[in-house]
Design a protein around this ligand. Structure first.
Ligand code: UTP
Length: 291
């Protein structure tokens, strides 16, 4: 019987060297998109997808991620005393969204190593992985689209998108064949391919759902690109032996791990807001005239 997906892991222990200096003392996962930290969008997506238990993998200096999902007693008292009920409700809701657990990755040995740290949390169940610096905005939560594909096919699922030929070498490349609308069979993959190793322009962007067998594979996965234990290398073994499913999810993905991605996320999210959008659009139009 195929079990439904109720657990998720959010790796958020990376050093964020591409967004220095802001990430020196501040976790990049806490960078705001307008007024909400990136990781809150990701936790909300997981919860809207039916996930009840979330493990966030952190690192030294990332304690404020824990604080963000905890009660803030003084702040709550102040908001209550001044009758700011809507803000109070939002702040309190944050600490009750799901069962959120935290674990530190003691050494920054790569995304695959970070996911491997989740073994005892996950146990013998399928689980979702939501990369801590990839925010995906969609009316239909991307993580949920992958969970439903797992429940339908009973195989590991990767969230995929086509990227342009000039950037595929920075991502991973997948061997895919179409199954149904937006759904593909994935039989091979390679991390950061040189031009002669590119199999397609489809790459894994930000989300996957994995069976617990991935942990045994991660145990014997050697360091790969960048001398880090790559999740892609472990998923490749799954893809080659059992096959995986690729879902070209509906949703707009923002890479909060690079500076342009942060600006795009903030700009587009602000424009989409009822309270800020019209004034921000006016400001942008005037600004563009001066360029
Ligand atoms: P990245 O590939 O963006 O790596 O990680 P990074 O170290 O965070 O960033 P740069 O390249 O130095 O700028 C993708 C996701 O995996 C997490 C990161 O926090 C991010 O959410 N990660 C990465 C870990 O949890 N542990 C690691 O050892 C590496």
């Amino acid at each position: 019987m195929i079990r439904s997906v109720r657990k998720a892991v959010i790796p958020a222990a990376g050093l964020g060297t591409r967004v220095l200096p802001v990430s020196k003392a501040m976790p990049k996962e806490m960078l705001p998109i307008v007024d909400k930290p990136a990781i809150q969008y990701i936790v909300e997506e997981a919860v809207q997808s039916g996930i009840t238990d979330i493990l966030i993998i952190t690192n030294r200096g990332k304690g404020i991620i824990e604080d963000h999902f905890d009660h803030a007693i003084e702040l709550e008292e102040r908001l209550a005393a001044s009758g700011r009920d809507a803000e109070l409700a939002d702040i309190v809701k944050l600490s009750h969204m799901a069962n959120i657990y935290f674990l530190r990755q003691k050494e920054t040995k790569g995304l695959g190593h970070a996911v491997g740290c989740a073994r005892s949390f996950v146990g013998d169940e399928p689980f979702a992985v939501l990369y801590g610096d990839d925010v995906i905005l969609s009316d239909n939560p991307a993580c949920g689209q992958l969970c439903r594909a797992y429940e339908q096919h009973g195989k590991g699922v990767v969230g995929i998108k086509e990227v342009s030929p000039d950037v595929i070498g920075k991502y991973c490349s997948l061997a895919v064949s179409p199954l149904s609308e937006r759904t593909y069979s994935v039989t091979d993959m390679v991390e950061k391919p040189s031009p002669d190793k590119v199999m397609s322009l489809f790459s894994i962007l930000g989300r996957c759902v994995l069976p617990p067998q991935i942990f045994d594979i991660l145990d014997h996965t050697p360091p790969g690109a960048g001398n880090e234990i790559q999740l892609t290398d472990a998923m490749r073994e799954l893809a080659v032996t059992e096959g995986m499913i690729g879902v070209d999810y509906i949703g707009k993905r923002y890479d909060m791990g690079n500076k342009l991605g942060i600006l795009q996320a903030n700009c587009e999210a602000a424009l989409a807001r009822d309270d800020l959008g019209p004034a921000f659009a006016e400001y942008l139009k005037a600004l563009v005239q001066t360029l």
